[in-house]
Design a protein around this ligand. Structure first.
Ligand code: GLA
Length: 403
């Protein structure tokens, strides 16, 4: 299906979810909504203590919730999958089951470990963030569930703690060693802004997106899988790079601390371990990508959109050749977008191995761009892409609905 300018499910979703909830659990829920995100630039830099530039998008996960009296379990229903699951909050040896409800379970567990006494509850979830598309459907699920569980347990936590515990749910329970970017963006998103986040200090700045420029997200429809596999391999390769570079530069704690000049001097000192070529290329991506995030921010601040476009193009090249996280369809989608009327910049976005490209397009050209890229991609691959035109949106919140 070719999605049109605004995401059609968004307005109707909470009302439908509330009705479904009431029919299923015979009570009226509160509803919490957390967005997916798109990353403008700064890929695989977050777990290297570096910089990222994501924005929350107008695709969401909604969690409807109502407490269960005298009961210590969560009954969870996924509207998308038509499946339910029960989670025992008093289980003393909780284990992931390699099932979607692991995200819910992991969040409940991390809330408990943070000292929150999580009440039993009925939960229904609906999401229009496509899964496996690099738009953080996992983080949107975690953050919306965390907010819902906190609220029904009558407790609050600072947003940054919510982001961190959702990351821990994924790291320590689900088993994907993701960084903080996605959960942070889902918590701190702000309408019309991108978020420049320093993933070491968690200091952030909201950066207005340029007027008359629109984010167009093109889904290759090739799905990635995240829990483990290639993603964790990349992370281990970065750690290996730091281990070797430390022999030359003992002050280094993460790739964030490494300059390109230091990386280039890698073979200079006799008697030290040489950095293998593969590790060198992984490090080169991360070190240069951090630099590109800052360059992009400078370009956005001064209105130098040509610089923004050049950084995005180089970022894609670096992910394709050095970090090796692109795929044929992503490369095709980027190549097809390049040079089209109104296109400022384009690159793959998110963890990689499939998913989406992010395109910054002059608003006046969006409609033509969509039509053209949709048909060009279909012609090149035989796959019908989905195109999402998204404003940068707000982070997690409870929503009021008229039910
Ligand atoms: C996934 C992870 C993030 C980040 C990106 C790559 O989305 O969840 O933490 O590492 O990949 O930039």
């Amino acid at each position: 299906m070719h999605k049109m300018t605004s995401q059609p499910t968004t307005a109707a979703a909470p009302l439908r979810l509330a009705q479904l909830f009431s029919a299923r659990f015979s009570s009226n829920p509160r509803i919490f909504r957390a967005p997916g995100r798109v990353n403008l630039i700064g890929e695989h830099t977050d777990y290297n203590d570096g910089f990222v530039l994501p924005a929350a998008i107008d695709l969401y996960t909604w969690t409807a919730i109502s407490p269960r009296r005298n009961n210590s379990s969560l009954r969870v229903y996924s509207e998308n999958l038509g499946e339910s699951s029960e989670i025992d909050l008093s289980d003393s040896t909780p284990r992931p089951r390699d099932y979607w409800s692991d995200y819910v379970h992991g969040v409940a567990l991390m809330l408990q470990r943070a000292g929150v006494s999580v009440s039993g509850a009925d939960i229904a979830i609906y999401s229009d963030v496509p899964s496996g598309a690099g738009l953080s459907s996992s983080a949107a699920l975690e953050v919306s569930v965390a907010s819902a569980l906190l609220a029904t347990s009558g407790q609050t936590l600072p947003l940054v703690e919510i982001a961190k515990l959702c990351q821990r749910a994924e790291n320590d329970f689900v088993g994907a060693r993701v960084g903080i970017m996605d959960q942070f963006a889902s918590c701190f998103g702000s309408a019309h802004h991108a978020i420049l986040l320093d993933c070491r200090s968690l200091d952030y700045t909201l950066l207005p997106l340029p007027a008359k420029v629109t984010m167009v997200i093109c889904n290759t429809m090739v799905k990635h899988g995240h829990s483990g596999g290639e993603y964790n391999d990349r992370r281990a390769q970065c750690e290996e790079g730091v281990r070797i570079l430390k022999q030359y530069f003992p002050a280094i704690k993460a790739l964030r601390d490494v300059t390109l000049a230091q990386l280039e001097s890698r073979d200079a000192a006799p008697g030290h371990q040489r950095i293998p070529d593969l590790i060198y290329r992984r490090c080169h991506h991360v070190v240069s990508e951090n630099e590109r995030v800052l360059q992009t921010v400078a370009g956005l601040k001064t209105g130098d959109l040509a610089k923004v476009g050049a950084c995005m193009a180089e970022s894609h090249r670096s992910m394709r050749d050095d970090y090796e996280i692109s795929c044929r369809e992503l490369d095709i989608m980027v190549d097809l977008a390049k040079g089209r009327s109104g296109v400022i910049g384009c690159r793959m976005t998110g963890g990689g191995f499939g998913g989406c490209t992010i395109n910054l397009v002059r608003t006046a050209s969006v409609s033509q761009f969509k039509t053209e890229i949709q048909s060009a991609y279909h012609q090149a691959t035989g796959i019908e892409p989905e195109i999402y035109v998204s404003a940068a949106g707000d982070g997690v919140r409870e929503i009021q609905f008229n039910g």
